[in-house]
Design a protein around this ligand. Structure first.
Ligand SMILES: *Cc1c(COP(=O)(O)O)cnc(C)c1O
Length: 237
């Protein structure tokens, strides 16, 4: 496991790269949030990252995220941290997810959105969500079909306890980060069209991971999800 000094060095380097990529594309670096993806990494690394000033963390699994979040409640900076659920959310885990995650990035069906709305209402919470569109046929597992997005965004807009804040994508794996660029462009078009239909809060583009976050920022990413470039190789996977 890397030590605090090494982690601080990596955070600093990634923040510099975020700034440079933003400026290169005439964007404000403050419009890009670094989400440290802590799935499969131990609590010590998350604590260290909080100490080093990271304020956004992403987890892929509800159970793992919940355990970590509950353990970190006592951390002096806990209140400053926002938790993002990145992985596919099963309907029967929606209740738990709504209880702890500030953002759910992976909403991919009206049914799931309705359950989230219902659970958020019980908690008196407005749940921030992002829609995960299916950008390609390689994306076989999750994501909503592109021709359903307009209807989907309209349905979410009617839900009182769900706020649509943007869109998320996980492009297929490529050896070359440039190959992901068209996927990022497609997601941005989807976002711009949603804003054009009046969904003015749907500003976020959650896209870009360790290997391609620079390209994603050039294409408009407002949330980059970086795991291994920060924390090193995952312990189990
Ligand atoms: C694991 C994961 C990441 C981070 O991946 P790295 O390549 O380690 O940066 C980002 N987004 C999602 C949805 C993930 O599951």
């Amino acid at each position: 496991m890397i030590d605090a000094q090494e982690l601080a060095r990596r955070i600093s380097n990634i923040n510099k790269a975020i700034c440079n990529s933003s400026l290169k594309s005439d964007r404000n670096p403050d419009d890009v949030t670094l989400i440290a993806v802590s799935k499969y990494y131990p609590l010590e690394l998350i604590s260290m990252a909080i100490e080093a000033g990271v304020r956004d963390f992403g987890e892929s699994y509800v159970k793992e995220g919940l355990e970590k979040i509950q353990t970190l409640v006592g951390h002096e900076s806990f209140q400053c941290v926002r938790w993002h659920l990145l992985g596919h959310l099963q309907k029967n885990k929606a209740k738990k997810a709504v209880g702890v995650f500030d953002y759910i990035h992976s909403v991919d069906s009206v049914e799931l959105a309705e359950i989230i709305d219902n659970e958020a209402q019980k908690l008196g919470k407005i749940q921030k969500v992002l829609i995960q569109p299916k950008l390609s046929d390689e994306d076989t597992k999750t994501g909503i079909d592109l021709d359903l997005i307009a209807e989907f965004t309209a349905r979410i807009a009617d839900m009182e306890n769900v706020q649509l804040v943007g869109f998320m994508a996980i492009p297929p794996n490529f050896d070359n980060s440039e190959s992901t660029r068209p996927y990022f462009q497609r997601l941005r078009t989807i976002r711009d069209e949603a804003i054009g239909r009046g969904h003015t809060s749907a500003v976020h583009l959650s896209m870009g991971m360790s290997d391609d976050y620079r390209v994603a920022i050039e294409e408009g990413a407002t949330m980059v999800r970086v795991g291994s470039a920060l924390f090193g190789p995952r312990q189990s996977n």
